[in-house]
Design a protein around this ligand. Structure first.
Ligand SMILES: Cc1ncc(COP(=O)(O)O)c(C=O)c1O
Length: 459
């Protein structure tokens, strides 16, 4: 598929427009997957097994691994990814094994047992660190909470966050404001920006002698802005502040190297762009054996009984976890690595550029609120947010945006989501409302055309 295809070319091919039938319901085509994996492989021609290396051939083949309902257009990996058949089969396989002898698979089997050493090593390699610095979690929220609630913040300490931080980061900070009288400061991020430096400068200006930590999203959930996390972590270190990155959207989308980023903590999701099972996430702790920042394990079975455990071991051992899911997460990692991390990033960005071109073509440059252009590539991600109108004021019209989002889902089976945010914390009445489209590796230009052809009709 030629991604350089212009929007003009598309215009000429309107007969490719969506054929989605309203209100149509389909049977999930893989209902027998649980019953018999082998039979499933026979039937569906998916011969690629989770435990075998995968060779990239083309994107349409990759797309065929994802058992997405044929009648939906799925452009919302920013909320949840889908699991490819390889991951589903590995998950099911280990769930079946678990059911066959639960105590053995909980405590003794080296793949599924609670310490998770084997899987932690695989996940660690994926983000260029080592097993002792890594804990497998249930999601990003859990990792962020483990760090924020576990750090020894004291009354008067200040934490800096960016304006478009996700509630999972703000919520534990709110608890600490109440219980330990810390304060957090919100740094406004310019909506339209040209360089990484503008972002770094905004954080630098917010630092005071009381700043104890800087917490930022690697990619914002609102506009998909990719933040210069390495530069922000350097800045934090220069001021003796702890750095915590919310990497919910980065894992699986962009190649990650913890050493290169240089953060103290990185919390991420396995169930979004990486297309791992629900309830899977990652927490990285820099030089966990030293535990430089004296993180306490707020969720653990081990603290206080012996002082020989590392912080990541203590956080890993927190009751019964979904370790068959963690095993399948490693399947998702293997597939991602086999396809190629850079190739996936390029694919995601190319599809997103294509969506952005269509936004500009249909509604003009002002309609697009995410960064765009080859000179801003390192600010871009697989998320594009936009207002499907040439009327500038429609961005403040909640009913217009939420109505369109519901109509797309309910009448056209097109799954995206809406977002809202403020540019300036002191002016909250002018909240911006926008639609958000996520382009993952399994999407194609037809998906994107279906979305925009439909929006042109209904917006
Ligand atoms: C930036 C960001 N952080 C954290 C989360 C929460 O992710 P999780 O479900 O993995 O806890 C989300 C969810 O959309 C998000 O967008």
């Amino acid at each position: 598929m030629n991604l350089a295809i212009s929007v003009h070319h598309l215009k000429k091919n309107k007969h490719h427009k969506t054929q989605i039938k309203q209100g149509m319901k389909t049977e999930f085509p893989f209902t027998d997957l649980h019953a018999n994996i082998e039979e499933y492989y026979e039937k569906t021609d998916h011969k690629i097994r989770a435990d075998q290396p995968h060779k990239f051939t083309n994107w349409e083949e990759i797309r065929s691994y994802y058992p997405l309902d044929k009648d939906i257009v799925y452009l919302n990996s920013g909320t949840e990814g889908s699991m490819p058949v390889q991951v589903l089969s590995e998950y099911n396989d280990y769930l079946h094994k678990w059911a066959s002898n639960p105590s053995y698979y909980f405590a003794f089997n080296k793949i599924t047992q609670d310490w998770q050493k084997v899987n932690r090593a695989k996940v660690a390699e994926f983000i260029s660190t080592t097993e002792e610095n890594l804990c497998i979690t249930s999601n990003t929220t859990e990792g962020l909470g483990m760090v924020i609630m576990g750090l020894p913040f004291e009354e008067g300490d200040e934490v800096i966050v960016s304006l478009q931080a996700y509630p999972s980061l703000i919520s534990p900070l709110n608890v600490l404001c109440k219980t330990r009288k810390i304060k957090y400061k919100i740094v406004p991020l310019p909506t339209y920006l040209d360089t990484k430096q503008e972002i770094v400068d905004a954080f630098a200006a917010a630092i005071t002698p009381k700043t104890k930590a800087i917490c930022v999203s690697h990619i914002t959930y609102t506009t998909g802005l990719r933040l210069p996390v390495k530069e922000i972590c350097d800045l934090a270190r220069k001021h003796n502040a702890i750095s915590l990155i919310d990497g919910a959207h980065a894992t699986g989308m962009i190649p990650l190297d913890m050493e290169q980023i240089g953060c103290d903590f990185y919390a991420a999701a396995g169930h979004k762009w990486l297309n791992g099972p629900p309830g899977t996430g990652i927490l990285y702790i820099r030089e966990a054996l030293k535990n430089e920042h004296k993180l306490l394990p707020i969720l653990s079975e081990l603290y206080g009984f012996e002082n020989t455990y590392s912080i990541t071991d203590m956080l890993q051992i927190r009751g019964c976890n979904n370790t068959p899911g963690y095993t399948a997460l490693c399947g998702a990692i293997r597939l991602n690595t086999d396809i190629g991390k850079e190739r996936i990033l390029n694919r995601i960005l190319e599809l997103n550029d294509y969506a952005k071109e269509r936004i500009i073509e249909e509604w003009g440059e002002n309609a697009l609120i995410s960064p765009f252009g080859s000179d801003k590539r390192d600010l871009c991600s697989g998320i594009a947010s936009f207002i499907p109108s040439r009327d500038y004021n429609k961005r403040f019209d909640e009913a217009f945006i939420t109505g369109l989002s519901s109509e797309l889902i309910n009448n056209y089976n097109i799954w995206i989501r809406y977002i809202n945010f403020v540019n300036d914390p002191s002016v909250t009445e002018n909240k911006t409302w926008a639609l958000r489209v996520s382009t993952n590796l399994f999407n194609n230009t037809d998906d994107i055309d279906k979305l925009f052809d439909t929006l042109v009709k209904i917006a």
